[in-house]
Design a binder for this molecule. Structure first.
Ligand code: TMP
Length: 207
């Protein structure tokens, strides 16, 4: 089973992945936790390039770096884990490219469709958990947690608002796959909502 987490900066998705990971491990499942950009040595190096402040990277170059990272990640980590019937939890996946490089940077959807098809080899999440929250609250949380912003986070507020809208739109285009959670509540309550959805999926698919 392949579960991805998406959301704007500071939505709390990384905290929720960690909680779900511990919960599923506790229930005896074989779980792999990974992230994009990242997930492999090459992917982590590409992440450093992409997130470093002050780097001049044009939108197409940014998209192609994401795809290089994704190709290696899918081949080395995601496909092998799914073949071994593990549950894969991934912090961001291809929806992030439609949101950030598509809606955020203006890269054509057809280009992203084509490159994603190559990079993912057709692998699609079974469930995508979108943690939705106000851009202002998300950015505030990022500053409180980290004290500084990376190359994406330091974009202006209108960029982040476009990303939030993009995720909302993507979730409406595929209501079967997306599960939208309000990220403004208490951490434990959000975890409970996510846990229930995942438990339901696991039971109905006999995983
Ligand atoms: P993170 O906030 O989940 O750590 O991810 C780092 C940044 O990478 C985040 O600002 C969003 C960005 N990103 C893209 O722009 N496109 C993508 O396809 C992915 C996976 C991430």
């Amino acid at each position: 089973m392949f579960i991805t987490f998406e959301g704007i900066e500071g939505s709390g998705k990384t905290t929720q992945i960690d909680l779900l990971y511990r919960y599923l491990i506790g229930k005896g499942h074989d779980v792999v936790k990974t992230r994009e950009p990242g997930g492999t040595p090459l992917g982590e190096s590409i992440r450093e390039i992409l997130t470093k402040k002050g780097k001049e990277i044009n939108p197409l170059a940014e998209t192609l770096l994401m795809m290089a990272m994704r190709s290696q990640h899918v081949e080395d980590v995601i496909i092998p884990a799914l073949r071994q019937k593990k549950i894969v939890l991934c912090d961001r996946f291809y929806d992030a490219t439609y949101a950030y490089q598509g809606y955020g940077r203006g890269i054509d959807k057809d280009i992203i469709d084509y490159l994603n098809k190559l990079a993912t080899k057709g692998v699609t999440p079974d469930l995508t958990i979108l943690i939705d929250c106000l851009v202002e609250n998300g950015l505030k949380r990022k500053i409180e947690d980290k004290g500084q912003m990376d190359r994406f986070e330091e974009e202006d507020i209108s960029f982040h608002k476009r990303i939030r809208e993009a995720y909302q739109r993507l979730s409406k285009e595929d209501t079967e796959r997306f599960f939208v959670v309000d990220g403004s509540g208490e951490i434990e309550k959000i975890h409970e909502t996510i846990r229930n959805r995942v438990d339901n999926y696991i039971e109905s698919h006999r995983i």
